[in-house]
Design a protein. Structure first.
Length: 190
């Protein structure tokens, strides 16, 4: 798939089939993320691949965070619902930023680099005919989630990518024209 076609036709796909995704395709998605640009060539990303029962620790983290947020013990049905969030796709890729401590490195630029890696991964998944959704939200930033992935001080999750074969066809995209969002600053003053 040509890059501009991939950019124009990629859509968030929250509903995917419960079919395994070959390891080779997951590795290609990871490789795409690894080739994102980064300031000072720091490559500040870390990837966690969860498939099969490897998704269960994520589910336990979701359940524990929901219980803590509720302030009361949740019943087993509610806990099962939160655990099930980790099973919404056959592959879940957690992406974390591990900011460099080198002199001259600006922290926000490390996040920008990891966000670029995530976009590369979404485009790669689409080019491989896989569906993907970039999930985030409050539970992702909770200390319990940080511990689940063994993140150190200063490291943070920036994305949970749920990936699988799309369950439905993707809708057409729409955007407002770029002309209304662009100001040209040129030599001729136009």
């Amino acid at each position: 798939m040509e890059v501009f076609e991939a950019i124009r036709t990629r859509r968030t796909t929250g509903r995917v089939k419960n079919e395994p995704v070959p390891t080779e395709l997951i590795e290609r998605i990871l490789e795409a993320g690894n080739w994102a640009p980064s300031h000072h060539a720091t490559e500040p990303w870390r990837f966690f691949v969860m498939t099969g029962s490897g998704r269960l620790p994520l589910g336990e983290a979701y359940a524990a965070i929901a219980s803590e947020e509720a302030g009361v013990a949740l019943d087993e049905e509610a806990l099962a619902k939160h655990r099930g969030k980790a099973l919404r796709a056959p592959v879940v890729l957690a992406v974390a930023v591990s900011p460099s401590q080198e002199k001259g490195v600006i922290r926000i630029e490390e996040y920008a680099a990891v966000h670029a890696a995530v976009q590369n991964m979404l485009l790669a998944a689409h080019a491989l005919k896989l569906g993907a959704i970039w999930r985030s939200g409050e539970p992702m930033y909770h200390p319990r989630m940080q511990r689940t992935f063994g993140l150190e001080e200063g490291e943070e999750l920036v994305a949970l990518l749920y990936i699988g074969y799309p369950e439905m066809s993707l809708p057409a995209g729409k955007r407002r024209p770029v002309t209304g969002k662009t100001m040209w600053m040129t030599d001729d003053g136009s």
